[in-house]
Design a protein around this ligand. Structure first.
Ligand code: IPD
Length: 277
């Protein structure tokens, strides 16, 4: 049977490659930087330009579809996932990296129908790596099939996390306490790379064993979730329950055992929900 969403996935691939070229070129140039929810939640004209390009191009092709975008949400659009075919877009993931010319930046497009993620497309702009995942059809990076790692213990794991955008003392205390717990289990290492989307792609590739974060958003998570699941991995809520895309919290790992062990250790950091703003 023909894949009803293939045409959408093809369009997403074409667009992330085009957007990636724009981001790559802009990385080296001067940027006008503004802040959003906190002084470390950054946005540039390129984030806004790329989101506008992606949404307007997709709307032209698929006029009945819905859109959730990082910068449109910041500008006041509602962030609600309905049963309609919905595109979930991060025009530049790793904006802080982008501002500093730190080369871990990505464009991410996820697509959901009936609130189920159908495919994800992520482009690591500087390394020209295209990650794709289609429900039931596997995950790939530049055409090579992805496979997660088989590590089941924290003590054998390389774990990735991100700080999020809050810097108040209570949040930082919890952040470091969570990291300390993972380190006390003698994890091989903990890394913070500045792009939750790419961190999740490293889990999908087996280059890292697990990832957890409080304070990421549905546009950081949508595309990567399909890619990790299709690479054989697990993506769950930090409570150990099923993932809730709008809850701003996640644990992902190559194995369910490792994801559950990490979830058990984490203390919740409150960030609210994407669909309540
Ligand atoms: C952010 C990055 C960062 C993570 C934040 C995200 P953005 O996305 O992924 O690593 O800590 O929680 O919101 O703003 O660069 O698209």
């Amino acid at each position: 049977m023909e894949d009803p969403w293939q045409q959408c996935m093809d369009a997403a691939v074409q667009l992330v490659l085009r957007a990636g070229q724009i981001v790559r070129k802009a990385l080296a140039e001067e940027k006008r930087v503004s802040t959003k929810t906190t002084v470390v939640d950054l946005v540039t004209e390129t984030d806004q330009f790329v989101e506008e390009l992606l949404i307007s191009s997709l709307k032209e092709k698929f006029p009945s579809h819905k859109f959730i975008g990082e910068e449109s949400t910041s500008a006041g659009s509602k962030c609600i996932l309905t049963d309609c075919p919905t595109w979930i877009i991060d025009p530049i993931d790793g904006t802080c990296n982008f501002v500093h010319r730190f080369p871990l930046v990505a464009v991410s497009i996820g697509f959901a129908v009936n609130q189920e993620l159908e495919f994800g497309v992520i482009y690591h702009c500087t390394e020209e790596r295209l990650y794709t995942g289609r429900k039931g059809q596997g995950a790939f990076c530049n055409g090579q099939r992805l496979q997660v790692s088989k590590v089941t213990d924290i003590s054998n794991a390389l774990v990735l996390t991100e700080i999020g955008t809050k810097r108040d003392p209570a949040t930082l205390k919890l952040f470091f306490s969570n990291m300390e717990k993972i380190l006390k289990f003698q994890a091989h290492g903990v890394r913070i790379i500045g792009s939750s989307t790419l961190a999740l792609c490293y889990v999908a590739s087996g280059a890292a064993d697990a990832y957890y974060q409080f304070g990421l958003h549905c546009w950081d998570l949508a595309a990567a979730t399909v890619i990790i699941r299709e690479a054989g991995g697990t993506v769950i809520d930090t409570s150990g329950g099923p993932l809730d895309l709008m809850s701003c919290r996640v644990v992902a790992a190559g194995t369910k055992e490792l994801a559950m062990l990490i979830a058990q250790e984490l203390q919740t950091i409150q960030y609210g929900r994407d669909d309540e703003n």
